[in-house]
Design a protein. Sequence first.
Length: 435
Amino acid sequence: MIPRYARPEMTAIWSPETRFRIWFEIEAHASDAQAALGVIPKENAEALWRARDTPFDVARIDEIEAVTKHDVIAFLTHLAEIVGADEARFVHQGMTSSDVLDTTLNVQLVRAADILLADLDALLAALKRRAVEHKEAVCIGRSHGIHAEPTTFGLKLAQAYAEMDRGRTRLRAARAEVATGAISGAVGTFANIDPSVEAHVCAQMGLQPEPISTQVIPRDRHAAFFATLGVIASSMERIATEIRHLQRTEVGEVEEFFSKGQKGSSAMPHKRNPVLTENLTGLARLVRMAVVPAMENVALWHERDISHSSVERMIAPDATVTLDFALARLTGVIDKLVVYPERMQRNLDATHGLVHSQRVLLALTQAGVSREDAYAIVQRNAMRVWEEGQDFQSELAADPDVQAALGEGGVARHFDIGYHTRHVDTIFARVFGDT
């Protein structure tokens, strides 16, 4: 994480202060449950809550850890310094470090997911608004980067909406999958702690008890979570890449908003570059960088090892903070995107009517010409347009084979742009419902 690509609310989730506060809550709630069972004195459980409003001294915990070489023990030692050694003597009763660490990580991931879901909601709202705005803005569709047939810019945005909406659905599922906690003790057998303690802690922390946890919560849950972030990042990159292509000088159909005083190049004053979407492409790579390590964390030794620990300390904050920033940036890009319908029309006209080739092909087959012959007739006329810059409709109208099949003046009716956009409302209804 670096401040340049981080926002405060998400960053705060991963701060040491937040982590130690969650650790404290888990320990305090566990002590309450142990007291209710009669395992520890009630007054000792109540004494822990004296630290509720006391800021934990991160530097002091680090100082203790430098000696103990164990972060949870360092925290527990500092907690005893705050509430008193005798009062804290029953804390962590029957628990193991993974109970605290894994449950805390999942609390953090759930909180991060909630922010990301709100980010997606904002992005979806921007995409929907702009899609409706440009529903009828006809532009050329491209396959292999080459002009294909007409579409609308609203459909491009509707496609982005549908894709991001699927990402939101996946993230909700990933959030639910990772929202588990474990307070099951060494190797997960509850030998030294009653399962009701786990149930109480999880209820207080907004989690579900992990059905079976060995000494760690199974990492397939986390792999699914980070894989979901990677898919969302890839969708984000696809949208960003589309905008970058459409902003190229030779295309010029859309453009990132260029603010007053903004500079595009240190050397060339005329430049207005797609820097935000280029940045998003790079940030997507960083989010995806977490996916493979998360997958590799699944294969831990026996009931527990800590090979996953160092990985998660890095990928959890980095991936969530980066994606949070990137989604907010993409929302801003979409919200302020400058659209040039006139340039879209110029690009449509650039191939002199070739975009209607399939419709003429189909008309010939409907008129009784074999598909092979129809294809050859249309293609030979299309090649003259490509090579000589002729008008496609005029070339077809002068072709005796076309005239024989379609009749005099039978070509023109197949060059209607509206033919290609007549189902836009149907597609919008599928994507957005009745709006």
